[in-house]
Each structure stands twice: as structure tokens, then as C-alpha cells.
Design a binder for this molecule. Sequence first.
Ligand code: HPA
Length: 274
Amino acid sequence: MVYTYDQYRQSADYIREKLGCFTPKVAMVLGSGLGFLGDVVERPIAIPYGEIPHFKASTAPGHKGRLVFGTLAGQNVAVMQGRMHHYEGYSYEEVSYAVRVLRLLGCDTLIVTNAAGCVRTDWHAGELMLITDQIKLFSESPLRGENLPQFGPRFPDASHLYTPRLQALAQEAARQQGIPLREGVYFYCYGPQYETPAEIRAARILGGDAVGMSTAPEVIVAAHCGMEVLGFTLLSNMAAGILDQPLTEQEVLDAAEAARETFSALILGCLERL
Ligand code: HPA
């Protein structure tokens, strides 16, 4: 499916009607088990994805599948409680559709969060990582197909997908709250199977620090349409082959639950500083 500019506009118009005079500034995509931040948005206006023209449902565990508009730490936010993944059967264009709609609604910043496997053997499961860059080499781009120049250029620069200014701001927020924050590269693998130990060794050689099945497509699309991007990974488990145990979805959800407080404090600290 190739979306037209009019379709993005129709989705935005539908949402705008529900929002009245509220204009969101900061879009947030909350990953596996991390959607709870959407539940503490003040004066919330929640819109299920299924209600919005051209939106797709989100079927992954821990993903509520709705947009919540309101204020959080003094910012006007649009929180995606749950995202679409390529492994659910959606094209990369479908996966990143909402980002462009939120851009049309007025968002100029995107905060992305995810849970991912820890590729580094000198780091630990449960730690948080600020994403400095990403690797998405082995799958097509969400920008493939006709370019929509209303959003951005055909060949966008990707030197700074994750905005350096926002990275500095996040490190400052973490420091002030005493939250340890790693910095590293997110290595995208499309799943849904977890990686093999050989794939993790390859990811390590190629420069990945964390490995996960989301985020990278949305970030490419956000940067293309001129949004500033800030990304965080919860290292929910050691990646395949590091420990002598199978990887499970329960482990990821348990880690997200355990990180809940620290994680929300970090995000709120960043929002306050934006
Ligand atoms: N690999 C890919 N995606 C993930 C992982 C992992 O180890 N953990 C959480 N999401």
C-alpha cells in the first residue's frame, strides 16, 4: 500500500476535530510494557487506532493500541500506546504512518522507547540506554516508493537521526536524577523470532549495542519530515547466545515492569527540559 498525502491529511483532520484547540508538540511512541506513561497524561483525550481513518491496529503484547493526547510534565504530548511492527504483517510505510500524521498535527519532536536485547557483554539486563544512532541494513526503507515532498526530500541526510541536542538534554536529566544511562547504537532486526547467537555476534561486529524489532523505521520517517528525535532502550534481556538460557517474552515484560519507575522519571525529566 502506498499512502497519498491526502490520506495522511484525512487522518490528521479526523484527530484534529476531536482535539478542539489542543495542539500536540511532542509525540511519544511507547514500547513493550512501557505504555503506562500514557495512563498518567493529564486531561487526556484517548483515540483508539481503529477509529482513525487509515490507521492499523496494534496486536503486540503490552500494546494498548490508542493515541492519548494531553499534557505530561508541562508539555503538550501525543502518546502512542503501542506501535505497529513489521512482524505483525505491516509494511514499513504502515508501521510509520502515525508519525507523519502526528507531524501534520503539529508535533516537532518524537520520543521513542523500546525494550531490546543487550548485545554488549559488559553491560547488564535492566539497564537503560540512550540511543545515539541506529543500524537498519537488512530490510527496506519506510521511505521506499514515491517520495512525498510535503514531508521531506527524496534522499534525506541521516547523519543525526537522533538529535544531539536532545541527547545532551537526556544525559543532563539522567545525571540530575542519579539514573545511570548507557549510550549506544540500536541494531534493528525485524523478527518476530529472536536473533540467533550468530546474528548477535554479527550485530556486535557491525557496531550494535542493543538489538530490537521496532523503532528504526519510525525514526527514519520522523527525521525525514524534520522532527527532532530522542530514543531510549530498556535492555530487557541479554541478547541470544550470551547466557545459556532461552529468550522469552515474559522476561521482556518483567524487565519493563521492574524499570517502570526509573524509566518514567527519566522521560518526565526530559519532557520538563524540552
Ligand atoms: N531481540 C530482539 N528484540 C527484543 C529483544 C531481543 O533480545 N528483547 C526485547 N526485544
